[in-house]
Design a protein around this ligand. Structure first.
Ligand code: 5CA
Ligand code: ZN
Length: 345
């Protein structure tokens, strides 16, 4: 499984946490089923938003990334999210990324606009197979999510940037591709191909990654490997909102895990997240936390009771709920019933 990691320019919010708890559940379900799991995750530790935040706040971009990545890992540990088996930054994977781009060049799937290198989507006949969107929708989402559909000189508006020539005052690496830095999508393709290969089980992330990110990752991988598919399944968590809008670092409407866990037990935060089905979009409200705290307290009382109904049937119910499209809310409801029976003696 490959799950897209954070861009570490700000602290982890509840939207991120919902996504990573979702994939933690898949991870745990597989482990529970006796499978060995290779779980790879990246950190986008070089990208425009990180550099912009570093400049705006007068910090070194490396320090900002290292600090926020460490905080993310602490937050995940507090939420009992099992760490990936392989956790890699884009910077430390620079050689892999450059190698992947060189293969694309050899296949004739790249071109230059000024000194910036682009991927030619025309090289992948399967392009569009992940998100299955129309051209207009893809164009709009590209513009919103880091793409540059209106840049003059591109062969196709949706073609993604692979390698950006060094800009003044920006970090750059001296590589076989010249002095510059990689674009976003190719980072995940290169890391996944090296550490999982083609045709792995799940590529995951939040729903905002369906297009362009996962579509582009797959297209790049098809052309690099000349195989299909990249991932057998693409799994996306719904978007968590606050006050009517998607919770996002750029909008600033955030509830941070690191702040919240100073005030409430992390187990209550995890329960508040698991109370929503992974595919639903939902709004965070104070009620989510009230309900989770009440549930945590009822369960805690139940597990300390002298006698309780046998756990075997409950475990079977939990497993079957999770096996049914990861129905965490039903799994929680089964445990609620068990706790209630226990309370009644
Ligand atoms: N570094 C890239 C992926 S390679 C990235 O998207 N980073 S991120 O920090 O912006 O997001 C990290 C993860 O959290 C992604 O899977 C994203 O889809 C998910 N995410 C971001 N905002 C929300 C939200 N409001 N609700 C649910 N998931 C979210
Ligand atoms: Zn990614």
């Amino acid at each position: 499984m490959y799950v897209c990691g954070i861009t570490p320019y700000d602290a982890t919010h509840l939207g991120h946490a919902f996504t990573y708890v979702t994939f933690d559940l898949i991870h745990r379900l597989w482990l529970d089923g006796g499978h060995a799991v290779s779980y790879v995750q990246n950190v986008t530790d070089i990208d425009d938003p990180l550099l912009e935040r570093a400049v705006a706040t007068g910090q070194d971009w490396r320090e900002l990334a290292a600090r926020e990545t460490a905080l993310f890992r602490d937050d995940m540990a507090a939420l009992r999210v099992l760490p990936p088996t392989t956790y890699l930054g884009a910077v430390e994977s620079m050689d892999l990324v450059v190698d992947a781009i060189r293969v694309l060049q050899e296949r004739g799937a790249t071109y230059l606009v000024d000194d910036d290198l682009y991927f030619s989507l025309g090289a992948d006949e399967r392009f569009g197979s992940v998100a299955r969107l129309g051209l207009d929708a893809m164009r709009e989402l590209s513009a919103q999510r880091g793409g540059d559909p209106d840049r003059l000189g591109k062969a196709h508006p949706l073609d993604p940037l692979l390698w950006q020539a060094a800009r003044p005052d920006e970090p750059a690496w001296d590589t076989a591709l010249g002095h510059g830095r990689p674009g976003w999508h190719v980072e995940c393709t290169a890391i996944a191909l090296r550490h999982l290969g083609m045709i792995f089980d799940v590529q995951g992330g939040g729903r905002d990654l369906v297009y362009p990110h996962h579509e582009m990752c797959a297209s790049l991988a098809h052309v690099v490997s000349e195989e299909y598919p990249f991932a057998r399944h693409f799994v996306h968590a719904g978007m968590v909102g606050l006050d009517g809008e998607k919770m996002s670092k750029s909008r600033g409407n955030l509830v941070f895990v690191s702040q919240l866990r100073q005030e409430v037990p992390p187990a209550a935060i995890r329960l508040a997240l698991l109370a929503h089905h992974y595919r639903d979009d939902w709004e965070w409200t104070p009620r989510d936390l009230d309900n989770a705290r009440a549930r945590l307290s009822a369960w805690t009382t139940a597990v300390h009771a002298d006698t309780a109904p046998p756990a075997g049937p409950l475990l079977a119910e939990v497993r079957s709920a999770l096996a049914d499209d990861l129905d965490a809310p039903s799994a929680l409801a089964a445990i609620d019933r068990w706790a209630e029976q226990t309370r009644r003696g």
